[in-house]
Write a protein that binds this ligand. Structure first.
Ligand code: AMP
Length: 214
């Protein structure tokens, strides 16, 4: 299946993308993760993206479309994929459509719907493993030992762009640039809205129903 997870920062795209990837045995393509890794490694992509990511602005469409074209061209993506954090603009959605072309379009776009105050609290409490990327929340999904990943023992850290001022900008950018994709994919008849404000297991079940897998 070809799935897009849509939703504001903190709506659970990363958490559910990982679960969905395991359930469907499909690769998760998370543009934010790819960009953060490129920044950490200091590659040319990382250098061009760094300032945009740090300030909570979008990386230019052509840069992101280039990395998506490369990633979806890899063998593991031929049978399907889960996109997390892409597309984020109508131009990116159009680029994706052109890329998929005669191979058929997307099967489902799952829109994770969460009130703004919930995402602001989630991002404030979000911690990630610096080694394996596991996601924790100090209110709702605490690690067993504070600051340490349950799975691999790595150190937990907060994302620099989860700082309140940057979160505000990311939410503004989402409303202006990305929210129009809800209507865009509604017109394409692939959109399903899922209430993503509840507990992870319930939301995941709703996502599975939305993609016809439960
Ligand atoms: P995320 O991990 O999805 O929250 O993305 C973190 C940051 O990476 C965003 O705030 C943007 O600066 C950048 N980014 C990730 N995906 C995209 C995209 N599809 N288009 C433009 N910028 C992106």
């Amino acid at each position: 299946m070809r799935i897009v997870l849509l939703g504001p920062p903190g709506s659970g795209k990363g958490t559910h993308g990982k679960r969905l990837g395991e359930a469907l045995n499909a690769p998760i393509v998370a543009t934010g993760d790819i960009l953060r890794q490129a920044i950490q490694e200091g590659t040319a992509l990382g250098k061009s993206a760094q300032e945009h990511v740090r300030s909570g602005r979008l990386v230019p469409d052509e840069v992101v479309l280039g990395l998506i074209e490369t990633r979806l061209g890899r063998a593991d993506a031929t049978r399907g994929f889960i996109l997390d954090g892409f597309p984020r603009t109508v131009a990116q959605a159009e680029g994706l459509k052109a890329l998929l072309g005669s191979n058929g379009g997307l099967d489902r776009v799952v829109n994770l719907v969460v009130p703004t105050e919930v995402v602001v609290n989630r991002l404030r409490d979000r911690w990630l493993c610096s080694q394996c990327g596991a996601i924790y929340n100090t209110s709702t999904a605490k690690p067993k030992v504070a600051g340490i990943c349950d799975r691999c023992g790595g150190a937990l850290q907060q994302r620099t762009d989860d700082e309140p001022e940057t979160v505000r900008r990311r939410l503004e950018v989402y409303a202006r640039e990305t929210a129009p994709l809800v209507a865009y994919y509604q017109r394409e008849s692939v959109l399903r809205n899922v209430d993503a404000s509840g507990p992870v297991t319930e939301v995941f079940e709703a996502i599975q129903r939305a993609i016809g897998k439960s």
